[in-house]
Design a protein around this ligand. Structure first.
Ligand SMILES: NC(=O)c1ccc[n+]([C@@H]2O[C@H](COP(=O)([O-])OP(=O)(O)OC[C@H]3O[C@@H](n4cnc5c(N)ncnc54)[C@H](OP(=O)(O)O)[C@@H]3O)[C@@H](O)[C@H]2O)c1
Length: 237
């Protein structure tokens, strides 16, 4: 399905990003993915994914480095902005430093990657960002910065879809509900509560998100752009 395509995935060493790397490589894409603090995990993902998947170290808090990494790619058909961070901070204890940390990785790195990608991606290319259902609603206290960052990428996506549409480049955001990763483990403190909030009484898996990303990346996604697609077990139903 993705034979001959080249993909760049941020945060591919663990969790959802690792599943996206495996899925895109299995579909035939040549995948380069980034890691930051998990080199051993990144190596294992590259080996498991096969098809020549390559890991490169990149701190997404450094927007200049992100721009340089995308600019240096020899070819780019599919950009997947997956990496993200999450910190809880209610308004009483929140700091501007925490805001800057969250927005640097969840928003500024995405902007840096897309501005460079738009220069080199061919007609018909794909830009996909992993947002969150918290880009639409915040069903718990302390999530303002995270939700703000995910709402920002949702609206940036719609704007970029308009900018790049005439070239056939699609730009979409995938918005997961709870997914079983280190960031939000199913057996963690919120796992049972979150499962109970879904319609399916099912905690999501990284592969659920990877399937949706691969669909958007492939030919079947050609008429979808500016969309925010939810995979959340019906949590927002
Ligand atoms: N899990 C959920 O329930 C859930 C729900 C909705 C949305 N999401 C979104 O899904 C995306 C992936 O989340 P996840 O659950 O898979 O998270 P995860 O298991 O914590 O993995 C995060 C990935 O991002 C990378 N990363 C984090 N900070 C980085 C930085 N400063 N520089 C470079 N890489 C960095 C990590 O790389 P290293 O380990 O190598 O540093 C890792 O590969 C995020 O955007 C998150 O907001 C997750």
């Amino acid at each position: 399905m993705l034979e001959g395509k080249t993909a760049f995935v941020t945060g591919g060493s663990r969790g959802i990003g690792a599943a996206i790397v495996r899925k895109l490589a299995a579909a035939g894409a040549a995948v380069t993915f980034t890691y930051n603090s998990s080199p051993d995990a990144a190596r294992a993902v590259a080996e498991a994914a096969g098809n020549g998947a390559q890991a490169v170290r990149l701190d997404l808090a450094d927007a200049d480095a992100v721009a340089a990494a995308v600019r240096g790619l020899p070819k780019l058909d599919i950009l997947v902005n997956n990496a993200g961070t999450f910190e809880l901070a209610s308004v009483a204890e929140a700091t501007l430093a925490a805001f800057d940390r969250m927005f640097a990785v969840n928003v500024r790195a995405v902007v840096a990657a897309v501005l460079e990608a738009a220069k080199i991606i061919p007609d018909g290319g794909r830009i996909i960002t992993v947002g969150s259902i918290n880009g639409e609603a915040v069903p718990f206290p302390g999530g303002a910065f995270y939700a703000g960052s995910k709402g920002a990428v949702r609206m940036l996506t719609k704007g970029w879809a308009r900018d790049l549409g005439e070239r056939g480049v699609t730009v979409n955001v995938v918005q997961p509900g709870p997914i079983d990763t280190d960031l939000n483990p199913a057996d963690g403190p919120f796992g049972a509560v979150l499962t109970g909030m879904t319609a399916l009484k099912r905690y999501g898996k990284p592969e659920d998100v990877a399937e949706l990303v691969a669909f958007l990346a492939g030919p079947a996604g050609g008429n979808i752009t500016g969309a925010a697609l939810i995979t959340d077990g019906g949590m927002t139903a």
